[in-house]
Design a protein around this ligand. Structure first.
Ligand code: V4E
Length: 221
């Protein structure tokens, strides 16, 4: 399991130019995300984001809300600009986490099934449905001296966003990750002290406005 610390930003032509000057281009890739939840949105209302990307299941869930060792106002401000989520990619662990939230409606079957059939029946048993599907073209850069990756995302529903991210192993130094992100933001000339919305915010606002409003009122988005 890893922890992703991430700051999103509005990407301008100037930011791209700076990034091309100071970063190493890692390449461009395209992927389609399918996000799943129950019809009542039991997962996302707990800030749990289950998706399938390139045939692999991924679950993002909140980390325990610590203060990451923030000692100054600047540090608190930097932390407020970032999100922190656990990233789980091991399917049995994902199934366990989901099961803690959603009670299986059927007992586990004794019948022998292939992994893909088991996956399918897990989705059905937990009443999970796909509520969002979109494709992203991502250009990635690395700022080697900071150990951060910067992604420029273009989603197929006409939304652009940049992300500065650091991946930590669980228990890794969050404060140091926040400092790297803050320094990178400075190098890219990013200003603004408000969190920037991501692809899912924009997608839900457009496609599931009622759920979007609920997530906002519950301070999940
Ligand atoms: C909405 C959301 C999550 C779903 C995934 O969001 P995001 O990290 O934007 O996706 P993506 O494609 O960039 O994933 P990556 O390739 O980096 O793994 S996970 C958590 N949230 C909630 C959330 C939030 N409340 N605030 C911000 C700024 N971002 C996400």
């Amino acid at each position: 399991m890893s922890v992703e610390v991430e700051r999103k930003f509005v990407c301008t032509a100037d930011t791209v130019k700076t990034l091309e000057e100071i970063g190493v281009f890692l390449g461009q890739r395209q992927f389609c995300d399918h996000y799943f939840d129950t019809p009542k949105f039991d997962l996302t209302l707990r800030d749990m984001w289950l998706r399938k990307r390139k045939g692999c299941w991924e679950l993002k869930c909140p980390t325990i809300a610590d203060k990451a060792g923030e000692t100054s106002r600047e540090q608190s401000k930097a932390a407020a600009m970032c999100s922190r989520y656990k990233e789980i990619t091991n399917l049995p662990e994902i199934q366990l986490r989901v099961k803690e939230v959603i009670k299986d409606v059927c007992e586990d079957s004794e019948t022998e099934t292939s992994p893909s059939q088991e996956e399918e029946s897990w989705i059905i048993r937990n009443n999970l449905v796909c509520f969002a599907e979109f494709t992203t073209v991502r250009r990635s850069f690395s700022l080697k001296e900071e150990g951060v990756q910067v992604d420029l995302d273009e989603a197929d529903f006409g939304f652009h966003v940049g992300e500065i991210e650091v991946l930590l192993s669980e228990g890794g130094d969050v404060q140091s990750a926040l400092e790297k992100i803050e320094r990178t933001a400075g190098k890219l000339g990013l200003s603004g002290d408000k969190r920037v919305e991501g692809k899912m915010h924009a997608y839900l606002r457009r496609n599931h406005p009622e759920h979007f409003a609920k997530l906002l009122s519950e301070h999940i988005l």
